[in-house]
Design a protein around this ligand. Structure first.
Ligand code: LLP
Length: 443
């Protein structure tokens, strides 16, 4: 059992008031104190999954754990992960800057992405990012030029497309052959030749692949490892090039609903390490350093979102809708990927189940439905809905659709609550607006 297999934060229970509590903090009291919608993050659950990853992989001598910041990137979250010894997979100047401001060891940061800009690559070099995973020929040449202008040699990996399909939503598959990411296997030799012969400001250390996200199968990791190790051996034979790093990406799934059964960190570690050892022997290479980039599985379970229930509608002979004060702008996943979530009423978690209802969001779009057909007790206006497993890809994909302010985020631990993201204000909403002089009223 590892933390990603839990639907709810590990510290969640019903307190003596009869309310849900996480990290020793009453969720109803948090909703009153900070208002809703509110993201709540349980520090203990984050540290627990970090421990699971470290324990699971401890038998392999060289492992670099890097948290995929895209799942949830804030300074406080980055500080927690850094304190656990994790590095970071970052994909933008914004993520690089956030982990830098949080005090991360920049040598443990890897910069990914299929269209990194000149400014972003420049910032990565200036701030001492440890590895750049180069995605394509254009980037190889651009990065070499920038590195030359800094008089530096930049340490790189090559992102490759291993041609593996995983059974997850089409939009979050990345390793299949016609993916937009990475070098095709047939393009690797040309990239290596360019690095060895022309791009003297790049030093290649290894290969990187990422198959997809919310993955429940473990065998595809073994397939991915075989492809990576075989390529290392082939490149050594062809170019006498000793590459000693492989990055297998992220992707481990989490449990959004009772019917989801994701593997544990121990299950994937077993597959990855067994496959590594087998293929190291089969292809006769030195054991490479292993990089992992988990995102969702690190942060999803730790997060819940609190909403206040408001209006309702009974469609004659049809659905019963209850609306919350948030929705697709704070959690795009149901409307974007038909993602399913589980929830309870925080102020009466033990009340008898009364009905199947549909939880609608407050945004002006029919598709803004958070949860379809969920079994809940009788609902009254003002009840607090606690939606589970919202730590990953909720805040990080949030928008200001309908000009609604983004919610606040609170970190809870040992009965202490700390605000880690302030709620946006109406002034924040208009902060970047400019009315041209000629349109301004001059009265
Ligand atoms: N490494 C690379 C190169 C990636 O592209 C990703 C995710 C990860 C690591 C982390 O994967 P994870 O462990 O989180 O599965 N917005 C989508 C997920 C997109 C994932 C993109 N890449 C969602 O909400 O389901």
């Amino acid at each position: 059992m590892s933390t990603n297999q839990s639907l709810k934060p590990l510290t969640l229970h019903v307190n003596s008031e009869g309310n849900l509590q996480i990290g020793g903090c009453d969720l109803v009291a948090l909703a009153q104190k900070y208002n809703t919608p509110l993201y709540v993050l349980d520090e203990h659950t984050i540290r627990s999954i970090c421990h699971d990853y470290k324990e699971a992989f401890k038998s392999y001598p060289k492992v670099n754990m890097m948290y995929a910041s895209k799942a949830l990137c804030t300074e406080a979250v980055s500080a927690i992960l850094a304190s656990e010894g994790f590095g970071f997979d970052v994909v933008s100047a914004g993520e690089i800057y956030t982990v830098y401001k949080a005090g991360a060891d920049m040598s443990k940061v890897l910069f990914n992405g299929n269209n990194k800009s000149f400014e972003e690559l420049n910032l990565a070099i200036e701030l001492g990012v440890g590895r750049v995973s180069v995605d394509n020929f254009f980037e190889l040449s651009l990065l070499n030029e920038i590195a030359k202008s800094h008089n530096k040699v930049v340490d790189i990996l090559l992102r490759i497309t291993p041609g593996i399909e995983c059974h997850t939503h089409e939009y979050i598959q990345t390793g299949h052959l016609d993916s937009k990411f990475g070098f095709d296997l047939t393009q690797i030799d040309e990239a290596v030749e360019l690095i060895l012969e022309q791009y003297k400001n790049l030093k290649l250390h290894g290969l990187h692949a990422h198959i997809g996200s919310q993955i429940f199968e473990t065998t595809i990791y073994a397939d991915e490892i075989e492809i990576l190790v075989k390529e290392l051996a082939r490149l050594d034979e062809k170019f006498a090039l000793k590459l000693d790093e492989i990055n297998v990406g992220g992707g481990l799934g989490v449990k959004y609903t009772e019917s989801d059964v994701p593997p544990s960190t121990y299950d994937i570690a077993e597959k990855i390490i067994t496959s590594l050892n087998k293929n190291i022997e089969k292809y006769g290479i030195e054991p490479p350093a292993l990089f992992l980039e988990p995102g969702r599985s690190i942060i999803s379970t730790a997060g819940v979102t609190l909403y206040t229930l408001g209006s309702s509608k009974q469609v004659p002979h049809g659905k019963k809708y209850h609306a919350v004060d948030g929705g697709m702008a704070d959690n795009a996943r149901p409307s974007m990927y038909q993602a399913e979530y589980s929830a309870q009423i925080a102020n009466k978690p033990e009340a008898e189940i009364a009905q199947a209802v549909t939880i609608a969001g407050r945004f002006c779009e029919s598709g803004d439905i958070l949860i379809k057909n969920i079994q809940l007790p009788e609902i009254e206006e003002g009840d607090i809905l606690c939606v589970y497993n919202t730590g990953a890809y909720n805040y990080s994909m949030a928008s200001n659709y309908n000009r609604v302010q983004k919610p606040a985020m609170v970190l809870v631990n040992n009965a202490q609550d700390d605000l880690i993201i302030k709620r946006e204000t109406l002034d924040d909403i208009v902060a970047h607006d400019i009315i041209p002089q000629r349109l301004q009223k001059n009265d």
